[in-house]
Design a binder for this molecule. Structure first.
Ligand code: SF4
Ligand code: SF4
Length: 228
């Protein structure tokens, strides 16, 4: 494949995402070994590339969180998922108009409630695209927004240029460890405790919010664009 075709596709797609869809985070990765589940798994080999986009979570909204999720955070979370899903569909249609296959994955889906498995892991795609690293909180962390973004992934066979790995990590920061109400976060991200976190999300959900969300480790994780 002529590399100039991939470069041209990537430049045009980035422009569409940034100018038309006002996407602040855009990246591309090889779709190799990225976690995917359910129906997608059966046709994943058709899509060698994954486009990852992210929209920012509002710092003002997370500022309102005290000891757990609240109604305005839930509303914002849903709106971001809606925006991501709509943008993913539009990107997939743009790609298909160019003559290639594309599959927009859901921004937020759970197909296995025991193991909490989504259709596709956007966190891992964001890391593979060189946009983020996995933080101590097990979230994908970007230099510009910290944990304040949500991602969605679009699979495709359109030839595209892949991002390079990001050389960054949590460094000396330990801000999310002490605030976690479930005591689920440790110094090493591999020791993040899924059961403890999920038990807490279940508790929040049944206490009235009706959704498996928290937001506390997002609140304290801000990126370079944060202004007091
Ligand atoms: S708050 Fe600090 S330690 Fe926690 S994930 Fe964010 S950068 Fe890493
Ligand atoms: S989502 Fe809440 S319970 Fe889970 S790790 Fe983050 S702060 Fe802890």
């Amino acid at each position: 494949m002529d590399n100039s075709i991939s470069e041209d596709n990537t430049r045009k797609l980035r422009k569409y995402c940034e100018k038309i869809l006002e996407v602040p985070i855009f990246g591309v990765a090889a779709n190799e070994g990225l976690p995917c589940f359910g129906e997608i798994k059966e046709i994943i080999n058709k899509f060698p590339h994954v486009v990852v986009i992210g929209y920012k979570v509002s710092y003002a909204i997370t500022e309102t969180l005290k000891n757990g999720p609240n109604s305005i955070y839930l509303h914002h979370y849903r709106q971001l998922n809606w925006l991501l899903d709509r943008s993913a569909v539009r990107i997939a249609q743009w790609i298909e108009r160019c003559g290639y296959l594309s599959l927009p994955t859901p921004a937020s889906s759970t197909i296995d409630w025991d193991k909490l498995l989504p259709h596709f892991s956007h966190r891992h795609a964001a890391v593979a695209a060189g946009l983020a690293w996995i933080g101590r909180s097990n979230l994908a962390i970007t230099p510009q927004f910290g944990a304040h973004q949500r991602f969605v992934s679009i699979l495709t066979d359109m030839p595209l240029i892949h991002g390079q790995p990001l050389k960054a990590d949590c460094g000396e920061c330990i801000d999310c460890i002490s605030v976690c109400p479930a005591n689920a976060i440790a110094m090493d991200s591999s020791q993040w405790n899924h059961e403890k976190c999920f038990d807490m999300l279940r508790k929040f959900s049944s206490s009235g919010i009706g959704h498996y969300i928290c937001g506390i480790c997002v609140k304290v994780c801000r990126g370079s664009d944060y202004r007091n």
